[in-house]
Design a protein around this ligand. Structure first.
Ligand SMILES: [Zn+2]
Length: 243
């Protein structure tokens, strides 16, 4: 369900606007283990290699630090740090994410799309972090050149490409097979629609549920770190944000 923003009880506001830092919401459940479920949220949950958001829920009578956000079954769980007084079911809260952290994750996540676009190989894994991220490729006979890759990556950033999110139906996808050819994987299908993220006119197009910046120029300078051997044909490319 994660790709498509379909949950039973929580409206995922970041799907349409990843720059939302806070929202008003109502507590619909506090689970036995102390996780808070809201009717709407700006907190992205862990998924697609991107860590869940941390932040604060403020309510009449207190505030709660949220350590991370995860999805279990169909519910988005705001996981509080231990030993805090939680809001009651029905309470109105202001939900605010740690924006600096999220913005770094958005830049990194978007940089992953660019790297994906530059390396014509299958992705076998990845992890987005605030300062450092990595993407693993099954390179086959392809050789990765660290300096050339860094240069091309920074060129895509400097060109300041626009990112767009599009929802398309299963039928639209079936009627536009050329769309599928540009994707490295078959898109997940759920609830009859698919979220696509498009970078520039033709830089990258793929199904993605994550959070992105609006223009690649926001990333600033990037550096490719080590390219590690992880098996005969697997290479791990490490990326660092500069500044
Ligand atoms: Zn993405």
């Amino acid at each position: 369900m994660g790709m498509n923003g379909v949950t039973n009880r929580t409206d995922e506001l970041y799907r349409d606007d990843s720059y939302l830092k806070s929202c008003e919401a109502v507590v619909v459940e506090v689970t036995d283990r102390g996780a808070v479920i809201l009717d709407r949220t700006v907190f992205y949950y862990t998924g697609g290699g991107q860590p869940g958001d941390s932040g604060t829920l403020t309510f009449d009578g207190g505030s709660v630090q949220i350590a991370t956000t995860i999805k279990v079954d169909d519910d988005i769980l705001h996981i509080p740090e231990e030993g805090q007084v939680l809001p009651a079911v029905g309470a109105k809260v202001t939900a605010e994410i740690d924006w600096d952290r999220r913005y770094s994750l958005m830049k990194m996540h978007t940089a992953m799309h660019l790297l994906c676009a530059l390396v014509p190989c299958g992705v076998t894994g990845g992890q987005v972090g605030e300062d450092k991220s990595r993407l693993d490729f099954d390179v086959g006979d392809h050789t990765l050149d660290k300096d050339a890759l860094t240069e091309r990556l920074n060129a895509l950033i400097a060109q300041d490409h626009t990112l767009e999110t599009m929802w398309i139906s299963d039928a639209e996808l079936d009627n536009n097979p050329e769309l599928v050819r540009t994707m490295s994987v078959q898109p997940p299908r759920n609830a009859g629609r698919i979220r696509l993220v498009k970078v520039g006119e033709s830089v990258d197009l793929q199904p993605c549920g994550g959070t992105h910046i609006a223009h690649t120029g926001e990333i600033g300078a990037l550096r490719i770190g080590k390219i590690e051997n992880k098996g005969a044909k697997n290479r791990r490319v490490n990326i660092h944000l500069e500044g």
